[in-house]
Design a protein around this ligand. Structure first.
Ligand SMILES: Nc1ncnc2c1ncn2[C@@H]1O[C@H](COP(=O)(O)OP(=O)(O)OP(=O)(O)O)[C@@H](O)[C@H]1O
Ligand SMILES: [Mg+2]
Length: 294
């Protein structure tokens, strides 16, 4: 497996700017002109006993096939809630989420989430059983096919020697690789990742980013990735949506397809980080909050 193989051609230095429609998207047969995922005017709320918390306010974005689309924003701006909404676990109070033209009304095997936590794998199943289980449970494959497919994806994430190990015998990074193999093996329409590397040490985190990009080169899955790290957003994404602080609204979208791990430390990359940082932390007029809501 080649790590971080050829990416799209670099674009000129003024890297951080709003992206005109159609730019910053992967070229080639996988790219299509209609969005795969269409989020329109989505407001999300939590009702607690004391009050209603508005997590996001009228959020719009489109994700195209084979995009690596990143939601970047400060803690509490509603990134995880947005991901849960796309996964079908949290219905919007206004707006719509469409996948392939169909309104999302609940969870489905076409959307798989990889979380930050290392304990997302049932501990009583081996690595191979963990990866094979959803393939069987969703009725996608028979036992033999599911096992073969699981081994293939375990191999892709470099864990062939650990196929018969149990989660407690693995490091945090290895567990995240299993979660990634398990998600990709089901070939979801969109892979949803919520800060999947945030709990890893810096070196492992960088390796996981590298491996994710290498897997994307190989499989060309569609990725919706959440992070509050500006560097990670620029490296992992080809498009980055910036969210304002609580309640989250889309501030702007930038094109980041020209950056990869090799760009870290370069002048262009540092300038892009600085501009995103300034954009993220500049103040915004607060939206008119509905009465009784926070
Ligand atoms: N179960 C809940 N009940 C009530 N409010 C909630 C709940 N979960 C989240 N919130 C609120 O919704 C808002 C958005 O939360 P969310 O977890 O989506 O933010 P986030 O951007 O993912 O933050 P972080 O980067 O810290 O993970 C926050 O103000 C949070 O306090
Ligand atoms: Mg979160």
């Amino acid at each position: 497996m080649s790590l971080v193989a050829a990416r799209e051609a670099p674009i000129p230095a003024a890297a951080i700017r709003p992206v005109p429609e159609g730019q910053g998207r992967p070229a080639g047969p996988a790219a299509s002109s209609a969005p795969l995922l269409c989020v329109r005017g989505v407001s999300l709320e939590y009702c607690t006993r004391e009050r209603v918390v508005r997590a996001t306010h009228r959020v719009d974005f489109d994700v195209f096939e084979a995009d690596r689309f990143v939601l970047l924003g400060p803690s509490g701006c509603g990134k995880s809630t947005l991901l849960k909404a796309v996964a079908g676990f949290h219905p919007p109070v206004e707006g719509t989420i469409r996948l392939n033209g169909q309104t999302v009304r609940g969870p489905g095997p076409d959307r798989i989430v990889v979380f930050q936590e290392f304990d997302q794998l049932p501990p009583w199943k081996t690595v191979a059983q963990n990866v094979a289980f959803p393939l069987r449970a969703a009725g996608l494959f028979g036992r033999r096919e599911a096992q073969e497919r699981a081994r293939r994806y375990i191999d892709k994430v470099g864990l062939a020697r650990f196929a018969d190990s149990y989660p407690h015998q693995l490091s945090g990074g290895m567990k995240q690789r299993v979660a990634l193999a398990r998600a990709l093996a089901t070939q979801p329409k969109v892979l949803l990742m919520d800060e999947p590397f945030a709990a890893l040490d810096a070196l492992t985190r960088r390796r996981m980013q590298e491996e994710l990009l290498a897997l994307w080169e190989e499989v060309r899955f569609t990725l919706l990735f959440v992070t509050h790290s500006i560097e990670e957003a620029l490296v992992v994404g080809n498009r980055v949506a910036l969210l304002s602080p609580h309640p989250g609204r889309i501030r702007s979208e930038v094109n980041s397809h020209q950056f990869d791990l090799g760009s870290l430390g370069s002048r262009d990359f540092q300038a892009a980080v600085r501009r995103l940082h300034d954009r993220l932390f500049e103040s915004d007029p607060a939206p008119a909050a509905p009465t009784g809501r926070s």
